[in-house]
Design a protein around this ligand. Structure first.
Ligand code: MG
Length: 334
């Protein structure tokens, strides 16, 4: 069997620049891949790398696609190196003959709160909409200022709601311990990436903190690809795995290994377009383990709405995922 390979590169401005631990991000670059089989069926996939996270770059992906050429076999696609995890994810999506079977009709979504004091006033309007999980970016300002805001933020939560804290690796062990000490006995669902994945002894520090405090820890930047997931599974990590399917290569086998280990998983966006969102959300909906609120409350994200995934709301339904139209994204990039 031969497949015809096409791709279109994109550079899409965000509606508003995205603040990250690595500075301000104004434009999303990536690729949409299209594979046509000999029966004329087209499949689409998205390469949405985050190079400062540790993924390949768009240029590396384009070089690999250039080497593959216009006509490819499934064997050639399977031989794309594992280090091109975002490309392997796109090719797996574009090749998929059948979609994963959903195990839920709808899934809750976490509301994203801005860093600093602005979070406090954003909770009530989101609670009014129906959100019950809130994610607050921390590690952005002074640690004492942020710690002193924690009870104000928690005070605004509706009853039964949970707060996630995402430090994006901003703290050292001592600072992380201060936060974990404060979070104990408060409705903090988990603390995400308290110390940087590339800091010295990070894995031991994360395991040590997880053992010393009751609030669960979540790994995000520590999981750049399937090999990282496998390493933490092998180490019997009992905290949370933040899974950005877009970075995982062919996600099906990795997700199967997570399921077999009864891992605790949060599915999360890599700020992809509707093409990658559709594939990533299908994986989240097929998950049969404990459901946690999705980290997909990111859209509308792009200046042009055709590229967006399902708009942020307290729940995403399977219909919202099925309605996403990869072909419309492809056409819009013409
Ligand atoms: Mg994170």
């Amino acid at each position: 069997m031969r497949l015809r390979l096409n791709y279109r590169r994109y550079a899409l401005p965000f509606r508003a620049p995205v603040r990250t631990a690595h500075g301000v991000w104004a434009e999303r670059t990536g690729l949409i891949v299209r594979l046509d089989n000999e029966a004329g069926r087209a499949g689409y996939g998205e390469v949405s790398p985050i190079p400062w996270f540790g993924t390949e770059t768009v240029e590396e992906t384009e070089a690999a696609l250039g080497l593959l050429g216009e006509w490819v076999t499934p064997e050639q696609l399977a031989a794309v190196p594992a280090k091109l995890g975002c490309l392997r994810f796109a090719l797996a999506s574009a090749c998929a003959e059948k979609q994963p079977v959903p195990s839920s009709a709808y899934l809750a979504v976490a509301a994203l709160l801005p860093a600093g004091r602005a979070a406090v006033t954003q909770i009530a309007p989101n609670a009014e909409l129906g959100f019950r999980t809130f994610k607050w970016k921390v590690g952005v300002g002074d640690i004492a200022d942020e710690l002193s805001l924690l009870d104000d933020v928690i005070g605004e939560l509706p009853s039964g709601a949970k707060l996630r804290l995402d430090a994006n690796g901003a703290w050292d062990r001592r600072q992380a311990a201060r936060w974990l000490d404060r979070a104990a006995e408060r409705p903090v669902e988990f603390i995400e990436q308290p110390v940087a994945a590339d800091s010295r002894g990070a894995e031991d520090v994360l395991r040590g903190l997880a053992g010393d405090f009751p609030t669960p820890l979540a790994l995000d930047e520590s999981l750049v690809g399937a090999s990282d997931v496998d390493r933490w599974l092998a180490a019997d990590w009992r905290g949370i795995f933040v899974i950005k399917a877009a970075l995982l290569g062919d996600p099906a086998p990795v997700v199967a290994r997570l399921a077999a280990a009864k891992a605790d998983v949060v599915f999360s966006s890599a700020l992809e377009t509707a093409v990658g969102a559709r594939a990533a959300l299908q994986i989240a909906f097929a998950w049969t383990g404990k459901p946690r609120a999705l980290g997909f409350g990111v859209w509308p994200l792009f200046a042009q709405g055709v590229f967006d995934g399902p708009f942020s709301s307290p729940f995403i339904r399977t219909e919202d995922v099925e309605r996403l139209n990869p072909e419309a994204v492809w056409t819009a990039l013409n």
